[in-house]
Ligand binder design. Structure first.
Ligand code: UD1
Ligand code: CA
Length: 451
């Protein structure tokens, strides 16, 4: 049986008060419409049509998939009018599922049961809502759906109905096409209501079925920044719950943000306020302490990230200790038992086993060997104002505090660099290299006095 899916995404979303079209507003860093497209793809439709309007080109550009057919609705004359725009593309056989581009968390199981019921009849996804204000109400007689009445068209009795129209429905194509031709806009909003196809089905003596959603989040639409933030929290809680079910200890699931995908090993602990972005892989017994931000990185077994660390596109080995207040920038590769301490920045560098860089350093474009100690405030000067240059520090080197290594430069195995040195030439292995002016004391010198 052929399945068409039509996603309605033409609305402007005035209440968002944004230049960005509503369906491109981000939920966990991904545009709302992306969730609906993914849910659609998960049931392998034979076609996916998206009705766009406001911000059209931006919306199209955000989803450059060849599987999507785009249809423009130039004027937003209602949900029925929106589906009418898609009709010329829809096959005669099979059925069509209608989804909303601003209802992101619709799930695969719900979609599947709608498709099953929608082969011969119109089926409407409804929900029992404590406060139904603003929604279309499902009017039933002897339990059977008679019509859907929009809030603005409701009489006093209908306003009390708690069963609402989620907007999501499925119908056989030949019926849908026939009903859409018969829509009019004689209602309070002067719109072509898709919901009127319910009444038309009853007119044609075809029973209208319903499916009831059991999870409110899955049918909730987004109209404002507040609703977006509320849904963000629901989504984050769902994501945190999934991780906890896999055994991750999350100190407070209401204070974590996963804007991508986290894969975690055994006995991982995540403290409050952490943000994960992109693809993050955590090994066994990894600890991420409070307020750390990890993006597109891999962290090895038994490594501990101390509070307020910022880690992007880095690969960290086992048994390392990073932070507090460490910054690992793209291209950082740490082997095992490496210690990176407070206010240390590493970029595009490889650091080998058991090396310590514990305080206030910048290491960029460098290859650092095993068991190296880089003292407080030592930095690589990798940039000459025009080009970047590499630094090599071989195994067992000791770099004294406040050293400047002017790249390109190489420090030989086992060398010691005296504190405060500015090193501009390669330092030989095994020796002490000092490069600073000799200390002198001027006897009899007196402090200046105020004139
Ligand atoms: C619609 C339903 C209402 C239901 C509610 C659920 C109708 C007439 N009413 O109401 O019964 O309870 O959704 O949220 O269908 N859209 C277009 N083009 C248009 C109008 C809308 O693409 O011309 C899209 C919007 O972008 C949105 C969806 O359709 O994704 C729903 O539009 P919206 O204006 O929110 O519908 P409501 O009037 O709230
Ligand atoms: Ca709405």
């Amino acid at each position: 049986m052929s399945l068409s899916i039509v996603i309605l995404a033409a609305g402007k979303g005035t209440r968002m008060r944004s230049d960005l079209p509503k369906v491109l507003q981000p939920l966990a860093h991904k545009p709302l419409l992306g969730y609906v497209i993914n849910a659609s793809m998960s049931v392998n439709p034979s076609q996916l049509v998206i009705v766009y309007g406001y911000g059209g080109n931006l919306v199209k550009k955000a989803f450059p998939s060849e599987h999507i057919q785009w249809v423009e609705q130039k004027e937003q004359l209602g949900t029925g009018h929106a589906v009418q725009q898609a009709i010329p593309l829809i096959k005669d056989e099979g059925c069509t599922l209608i989804l909303y581009g601003d209802v992101p968390l619709i799930d695969q199981e719900t979609i599947q049961s709608l498709i099953k019921k929608g082969q011969k009849n119109l089926v409407v996804l409804t929900y029992q809502k404590e406060n139904p204000k603003g929604y279309g109400r499902i009017v039933r007689k002897d339990d059977r759906i008679q019509k859907i009445v929009e809030e603005k068209d409701c009489d006093a009795l209908q306003k009390n109905i708690k069963e609402i129209n989620t907007g999501i429905m499925c119908a056989p194509n030949h019926l849908l096409k026939n009903w859409l031709k018969r829509l009019n806009n004689q209602n309070v909003q002067k719109e072509y209501y898709l919901t009127d196809i319910v009444g038309l089905s009853i007119e044609d003596n075809i029973e209208v079925l319903s499916e009831s959603a059991d999870n409110e989040v899955s049918i909730t639409g987004i109209n404002s920044k507040f609703e977006l933030a509320t849904m963000e929290r629901s989504y984050q809680l769902m994501t945190a719950k999934k991780l906890m079910e896999e055994g991750v200890t999350i100190i407070d699931p209401s204070r974590i943000d996963i804007r991508g995908e986290v894969t975690a090993g055994q006995d991982v602990l995540i403290d409050v306020g952490c943000i994960f972005e992109g693809k993050v892989i955590l090994g066994n017994h990894v600890k991420i302490a409070a307020y750390s931000h990890v993006k597109d990185s891999v962290i090895g077994d038994h490594t501990s990230i101390e509070p307020y660390s910022h880690i992007v596109q880095s690969v960290i080995g086992e048994n390392c200790r990073i932070g507090p207040f460490a910054r690992l920038r793209p291209g950082t590769k740490l082997q095992n038992k490496v210690h990176i301490g407070n206010f240390v920045e590493i970029k595009n560098s490889e650091v080998n086993n058991e090396t310590n860089i514990n305080h206030l350093s910048y290491v960029g474009d460098s290859l650092v060997g095993k068991s190296v100690n880089i003292g407080a405030g030592a930095i690589t000067c990798n940039y000459d104002g025009a080009n970047k240059h590499p630094t090599t520090i071989e195994d067992d080197v000791f770099i004294g505090s406040n050293t400047a290594l002017v790249a390109p430069i190489k420090i030989g195995k086992g060398a010691t660099i005296a504190a405060g040195s500015t090193i501009t030439k390669d330092a030989p292995p095994g020796e002490l290299t000092v490069s600073r002016s000799k200390q002198t004391s001027i006897s009899g010198w007196t402090k200046p006095t105020k004139k």
